[in-house]
Design a protein around this ligand. Sequence first.
Ligand code: NAD
Length: 349
Amino acid sequence: MKIPVALRETPYEVTLGEGVRHEVSAFVNEHLARARAVVIITSAEIRRQPWFDLSFDLETHVIEVADGEAAKTLSSVAQVCEQLARWGVSRHDVIVGVGGGAITDLAGFVAAVYLRGVTVLHVPTSVVGQVDAAIGGKTAVDLAAGKNLVGAFHQPAGVWCDTTTLATLSDRERTAGMGEVAKCWLLEGRRAELLALTSMDDLIEMSVSLKARIVAADEFERTGQRALLNYGHTLGHAIESVALARDANELRHGEAVAIGLAFAARLAQRLGRVRDDVVVETDAVLAFFGLPSRLTGDFDAARLLEAMSRDKKAHHDLTFVLAGRQGFEVVTGIDPVLVGEVLENFQEA
Ligand SMILES: NC(=O)c1ccc[n+]([C@@H]2O[C@H](COP(=O)([O-])OP(=O)(O)OC[C@H]3O[C@@H](n4cnc5c(N)ncnc54)[C@H](O)[C@@H]3O)[C@@H](O)[C@H]2O)c1
């Protein structure tokens, strides 16, 4: 199955299905005729998976970077770029990111800055990578001061979401990844009761299609439509940043988003934008995926409020994507006292 990302200047396709990783080589031969070399950026963890068997007709190099979020540093960018230069990789050559969202973010950023931009293709292998990170051209690495603070827009020329690769994900990674899928399900206004009738492939397709549609409508996050994809992320990012600072394994991104979705439903209800059934429905969707819908653990409400107002997408005031009678919208300038009250109830619940 092919899902178009219909950008005006750089349209591309997301190919979805079992075994589609084997189609990348034919794409390079057909569309990137001037390429002489392919450089795969991945991690040792990913490289030892049984499905890591991509091959190309061109000279092929593999660069292993640190696994997971540890890959997203400026020093990884420097090391990878130095290696590309040593191999004489040119502007016509191709970078292929193979791995979770951290790897595709790094590979995309390297491709954006090396020689001021080379072609990147992505083979995302995690749920988050397939439904979110690899699509849409946002690339970034982290600073000590926070996640994703250095980045660039650089669209891939193609994305291959091979569902075979998901089989080797740990249960925790797979479940956490469903946080982004739950977000898409809720943004699409679908009912929790239909989830039991929907296959994993259909869930991925629904999420990819939503992201592709929104990115095509608002590539650079200028009209506000792309910001809707931040549903659940205002509190999600805040708890993620507090948790990450003390233990990298405490909370996965998708788990934080799930908690953020449950909170956003309660905030919308408290603001009189929606009725109680939205909260019930949101909790039912999260429960179906085995995701958390409560904030447990040691999270100080004042610290979370401060982190939410510092979110780089929040413009220094409290901004949430909230459901309402006209659908979802970005709501700015929300009273911090009210948010704090909803948060305290949410933590105690
Ligand atoms: N650019 C964007 O628009 C965007 C959107 C969402 C998330 N992100 C970024 O994506 C990252 C999170 O992505 P993630 O959740 O994929 O985490 P991740 O990339 O850190 O991967 C998590 C773990 O899963 C492993 N893994 C990945 N695929 C596997 C497979 N098929 N089999 C076995 N193990 C596998 C990885 O090796 C890693 O250990 C964050 O850095 C986030 O900022 C970016």
